[in-house]
Design a protein around this ligand. Sequence first.
Ligand SMILES: [Zn+2]
Length: 273
Amino acid sequence: MTNVSIRIRSSGHCFASGHHVIQGAARTPVRFEAIWAELIHPEHGTILFDSGYTSRFLDATKHFPKRIYALLTKVSIRPEEEAHRQVDPSVVTHFICSHIHADHVGGLRDFPDATCWASEECLEQVDELPDWRSWTRGVLKELFTDGWRQSCKTFESRPTIDHPELGKGRDLLGDGSIVLIPLPGHAKGQYGALVRTDQGPVFLVADAFWDIRAVTEGKVPNPIVRVFFDDMDAYAQSLQRIRNFHAKHPKVPLIATHCPEAAKLIVPIHSAI
Ligand SMILES: [Zn+2]
């Protein structure tokens, strides 16, 4: 059985009101890291699950109307935090896009030699959303290379695996070490990754929830932010599958991109370059 090693990393952060993330919480601003993961596979090398922000976000949102996106999210990113400064791009063989929001694919252009993976629905979104309004869906086309859409491989092209609580997943490498799990709702075509490590499984859930209390205490986001969600019913169903999984496997870490609990696992930056 092949296992991977995992390092939880972060590139940049943004601020949001606490009461937007958890209904009834204080209105004080809460810092949200943009977490991603470095997975090291003994045969396939280094694989990234998302990449957080890069300064390209700030460049792409300098002018109106895209500036509204920057004003709403108040993003901050230091150069040394960027994914390509934490992991040497020449060793990265695969790049998994959980979904195509700017805080997940910010570093995509820095890993041109990696095989990129995304869901069919995410690729369709790139085709369907015109540049002038894609930012309203959290997508900045400046973050993708010209040929990205054509070269990107799809999760759906990989063999299926049935998981008792999580349903149908996709086996990325064919050895069960990284199983991609559909988690739609927050964004169309969002996938998480159930990763097998020497210390046991780790479930990377992207933006399926923003705070672990959504799973452990049944707390949900404020209705104000629900307008930004792609599909509330799908969001609730994905969250329920994660709750079922957590009830059965309470020790498996659930790593959500912006969750303060997951942020405690971020490894210190030792610049790769
Ligand atoms: Zn997102």
